[in-house]
Design a protein around this ligand. Structure first.
Ligand code: ATP
Ligand code: ZN
Length: 624
């Protein structure tokens, strides 16, 4: 071998380097962080690497996923990442899987075959799934994520540290709907109103909106306001495609509706009272900006006259598109898309005019696009820093030095998780102890070794009810309270139905599958589960079984219908001053951005690692 590893051997010492060379590691996801990480792993001398990614390469990946080139577009990320990384260092075994990590073949025994798993994913669901598999397999996991200039790595080791799911993940907060509808105080409130409320009312599915609005009204004055609003909306929609449409909308939403709010008996709490627009004057003064179409125009604040011009122009185009569409299909609607020029013009101009009415700072078209699309820029440098931290952690894990150990009577310092907190640089935090109520890592996990071809579900039920390992305990005993056995989405057995004579393989059970055994628990609001992995052994004995692992009898909280009802009622109360539909829609819209270019898509299930970004801060909320 050439001298490529000299620096690594010098800095780590030959023993640790040897461990790294002989280790087997898995990298899940070969996107922004994954590409950087794979490059680091091969250069650092990790000897055996498997990578998995379900996706193919897209043009928009090329600005930061440097293992890919233009010629690779549409090819498998995992395979191309492997090929490119092998060019950096051909002395590494890399196996690539163009597949989803959820596939059955990637079962617990497969996870067990690794010394370490590194997540480089972009969504919460997959992160939680990998976390669960690592816990079941007892393999350390390094999680990582970035969002713009922020990033994080965390180490999760079963029974030593918190697992990825020990901390509840922050749910993105949407501004209260009354803020959006009546009392905006920030530019984002005006933008969300334009995009999620007005755009839908004029060009989206309107009837449901009106119905739901009426349902959410709490008093007669509100009902009356809603009735007027729905009449106004019908009038506007009847004018779709006509020359007057734009001016009519302007008059309605920037003058009449504002007047209506000002005249309401029940006073709203404004920071400053809004000023209705003098629409006639504004329309006659509307002027096309001289620099329209230039980057400067995109990035600067517009005057109300310029905004009015863009508003009238875009409304006219959208309304004509609607009218055309409706001729073909009576249910035709337009959906907001930030890459639709007319829709973006409409939302920017509307947001600006509303900001003018409420005396709020105005945002450029550029900023509006970022906010309306809920885009978090993906930054190559952040990915590179985080991937660097992951590989440093990986070396510590392979060395076994992540937990405090006694060296000559002294405890070493514990490993810490690292955060990249923007301009503040890197900060660290000790890996905390696990959360005793965590559903993911505190579930009882046992391995049952049986011959799948002869062992029956009835035998399994019997075992669960009578095996002392399961039946004993400080509660009434798990054996007396069993309710059901589930495999994936299938309920194999309800204990009330009695045993079943089919063998486990006849029930499509494979080596490495995990049964979920559900039992009733004494503790109100809790349920008791045991995850039971089956491992096939070629035993000839009919009743052979071996149960490995120990039971902890931790219970997990279950959803409480009473609590849920209460929450639902609280939500309703919150909607008193507002309209239900807009609130729900906005919540979804806030998190359903579209990805393009170097940008990130923020989906509801997308998983931040830890960093809590507040939606009220004009900013994005989720993390890559
Ligand atoms: N279940 C899964 N199994 C395997 N790979 C997954 C799974 N879920 C997500 N991934 C991969 O994780 C990677 C995350 O990378 P990254 O966050 O850079 O996203 P991206 O899709 O490349 O970027 P963008 O969303 O901006 O286009 C992606 O390549 C994605 O395909
Ligand atoms: Zn946990």
């Amino acid at each position: 071998m050439d001298g490529r590893y000299k620096h690594m051997i010098d800095s780590l010492g030959p023993d640790l380097f040897d461990k790294i060379q002989n280790s087997r590691v898995l990298m899940v996801g070969a996107g922004g962080i994954g590409c950087e990480l794979l490059k680091n792993l091969v250069l650092a001398g990790f000897g055996n690497i498997e990578i998995i990614d379900l996706d193919t390469i897209d043009l928009s990946n090329l600005n930061r996923q440097f293992l890919f080139q233009h010629k690779h577009i549409k090819q498998s990320k995992a395979h191309v990442a492997r090929e490119t990384a092998l060019k950096f260092n051909p002395h590494v075994n890399i196996k690539s899987h163009h597949n989803s990590i959820y596939e059955d073949q990637y079962n617990v025994p497969w996870f067990k075959s690794f010394d370490l798993v590194m997540g480089a994913l972009d969504n919460l669901k997959a992160r939680q799934y990998v976390n669960q598999k690592c816990i079941q397999a007892g393999v350390p996991l390094i999680e990582s994520g970035t969002a713009g200039h922020l990033g994080q790595t965390s180490l999760h080791v079963k029974d030593i540290s918190r697992c990825y799911s020990c901390d509840p993940k922050p749910v993105p907060k949407a501004p209260a709907s009354c803020t959006i509808r009546s009392t905006p105080t920030a530019p984002i409130h005006c933008i969300v109103w334009a995009k999620s409320y007005l755009f839908c009312k004029l060009f989206g599915e309107d009837e449901d909106a009106i119905k739901e609005d009426a349902e959410s009204a709490q008093n007669t004055e509100q009902l009356e306001t809603l009735r007027k609003e729905s009449e106004a909306t019908s009038r506007l929609r009847n004018a779709l495609g006509t020359e007057e449409f734009g001016k009519m909308v302007m008059q309605q939403v920037f003058h009449d509706d504002i007047e209506e709010l000002l005249n309401q008996k029940e006073k709203l709490s404004w920071r400053k009272e809004p000023t209705p627009l003098d629409v006639n004057t504004l329309v006659s003064n509307a002027v096309e900006a001289k620099d329209k179409g230039s980057t400067e125009f995109e990035q600067r604040e517009w005057t109300p006259e310029e905004a009015a011009h863009v508003f009238l122009e875009s409304t006219s185009k959208l309304s004509k598109r609607m009218a055309e569409g409706l001729k073909e299909d009576p249910n035709f609607t337009l959906e907001f898309d930030k890459d639709d020029q007319d829709a973006m013009d409409f939302v920017t101009a509307c947001g600006n005019l509303r900001a003018h009415v409420y005396d709020i700072e105005k945002k450029s078209r550029w900023d509006t696009k970022e906010m309306a699309g809920n885009i978090i820029p993906a930054i190559a440098t952040t990915n590179a820093i985080i991937a660097g931290l992951v590989v440093i952690t990986a070396i510590r894990v392979i060395d076994g030095k992540y937990a405090p150990i006694e060296v000559e009577g002294k405890k070493t310092e514990q490993w810490k998780n690292a955060y990249l907190a923007g301009p503040g640089g890197i900060t660290t935090e000790p890996i905390g102890p696990y959360n005793p109520l965590c559903v993911a890592c505190q579930t009882n996990f046992l391995t049952l070794r049986v011959n799948l071809n002869t062992y029956t579900l009835g035998q399994l039920a019997d075992l669960l009810q009578h095996e002392p390992e399961l039946a004993e305990g400080d509660r009434r005993g798990l054996g007396l309270q069993l309710e059901a056995i589930e495999l994936g989405d299938r309920r194999l057995l309800d204990f009330e139905d009695g045993p079943v004579e089919k063998t486990l393989s006849e029930l499509q059970t494979k080596n490495g599958d995990v049964f979920i055994v559900i039992a009733d628990c004494d503790e109100p609001g809790h349920t008791l589960t045991v995850d039971l992995m089956v491992e096939h052994v070629d035993s000839m004995e009919d009743n052979f079984y071996e149960l490995v692992g120990s039971r902890k009898l931790a219970s997990r909280p279950v959803s409480n219908p009473e609590e849920e009802k209460k929450e639902e009622e609280e939500k309703k109360e919150d909607g008193q001053k507002s309209l239900k539909r807009s609130s729900d829609d906005m919540k979804t819209d806030q998190v359903n951005g579209q990805a393009n270019g170097s940008s990130k898509k923020a989906k509801q299930e997308d998983g931040p690692v830890h960093i809590d970004l507040d939606a009220d801060d004009d900013g994005p909320m989720l993390i890559e």
